[in-house]
Design a protein around this ligand. Structure first.
Ligand SMILES: [Zn+2]
Length: 324
């Protein structure tokens, strides 16, 4: 796992860019006529105003409201994102090496009137890349290209570095926090927003879209036990004619690590409870999937114990994915 910070991640793009420059001189010449022409942008103030902005211009000037924005003022400083159902705050520095869909100052969308339009980040309330939903600050909505499609104009969407912290809670143990560094590109985030409130709206919208089945190419998959659940080892003294116990297990999106192991329903016998918790903890699980990626999710394991043996049934908890 790379340990680059967001800032060094930004800087390391430059050598790659310099190398590519020599190879694209001819392409640049071919594009000269186009770069001289204007791009169509939306004004962040009067959102229905389309501005012809000279390509590469350091400012965005709106003739309708007289506003003038420097390029760097068109972007969020912090992006409020969501990675695999977890909220994450992003140092929102977009310096894509090779992408003409996401830029420092905005992203490209489909305009209602046809063709493409550039939208400043500060005019965006939230953006859901995989669902191609772009909601502007006035509540109006545009669609975009599918962000996971690689190739021109975006072979390499801009990437972010951030830490994911999880608290592991296992019955009978002190809670502990694990932290890992993640590098994910914009297209991998479930959504990004300009404020925590807008992120909450994006979350509700994302779930609504999934629940309504509008994205059937990537159905939700439930978590499950991999192989056979581990049998509890019932100590001789703990053997009883009959007992039932339930253990709730929260599976990480990295299936090797459990986020929670909790006794939901006691058997009434402490030794059996301890045995089923240990059995749950040492079983193997497959995480759930949402929009095609693994996400943390919760299973309930039901143990029926008769004498020295147990049968185990697993079912997804409700709600199993979008926990608060
Ligand atoms: Zn304006």
């Amino acid at each position: 796992m790379s340990l680059f910070s967001a800032t060094t991640n930004r800087l390391r793009t430059f050598p790659a860019r310099a190398v590519r420059l020599s190879g694209i001189v001819l392409a640049l010449a071919a594009f000269a006529a186009q770069t001289a022409s204007a791009e169509r942008w939306l004004c962040p103030d009067c959102l229905d105003q389309v501005i012809d902005r000279p390509a590469g211009s350091a400012t965005l000037e709106c003739p309708a409201c007289d506003a003038s924005y420097a390029r760097e003022d068109l972007s969020w400083i912090i992006g409020y994102g969501n990675y695999r159902t977890r909220d994450v705050d992003l140092n929102f520095l977009l310096m894509p090496t090779d992408c003409d869909r996401f830029r420092e100052d905005g992203l490209q969308a489909m305009h209602k009137a046809g063709g493409t339009i550039w939208v400043p980040w500060i005019a965006v309330q939230y953006y859901i890349p995989r669902q191609r939903i772009l909601v502007l600050t006035d509540g109006s909505e545009l669609t975009t290209d599918y962000a996971k499609t690689r190739g021109a104009p975006c072979p390499e969407p801009p990437a972010f570095m951030f830490d994911v912290a999880d608290t592991i809670r296992i019955d009978g143990q002190q809670p502990r926090v694990t932290q890992r560094s993640v590098e994910a590109d914009l297209a991998e985030l479930f959504f990004v927003a300009g404020s925590p409130e807008a992120r909450a709206s994006a979350r509700a919208r994302f779930i609504e879209e999934v629940e309504s089945g509008k994205h059937p190419r990537l159905p939700r998959t439930e978590p499950r036990v991999a192989g056979t659940a581990r049998q509890p080892i019932i100590p001789k003294g703990g053997q009883v004619p009959q007992a039932e116990a339930e253990v709730e297990v929260r599976v990480n999106d990295q299936s090797s690590q459990l986020l929670r192991v909790h006794l939901l329903r006691s058997s009434g016998y402490p030794e059996i409870d301890t045995a089923v918790i240990r059995a749950a903890q040492s079983s193997q699980f497959m995480p759930a999937g949402e929009m095609g990626v693994p996400v943390p999710s919760t299973l309930v394991l039901h143990y029926s114990i008769r004498g020295g043996t147990a049968t185990v049934d697993a079912r997804p908890a409700v709600p199993s994915i979008w926990e608060d």
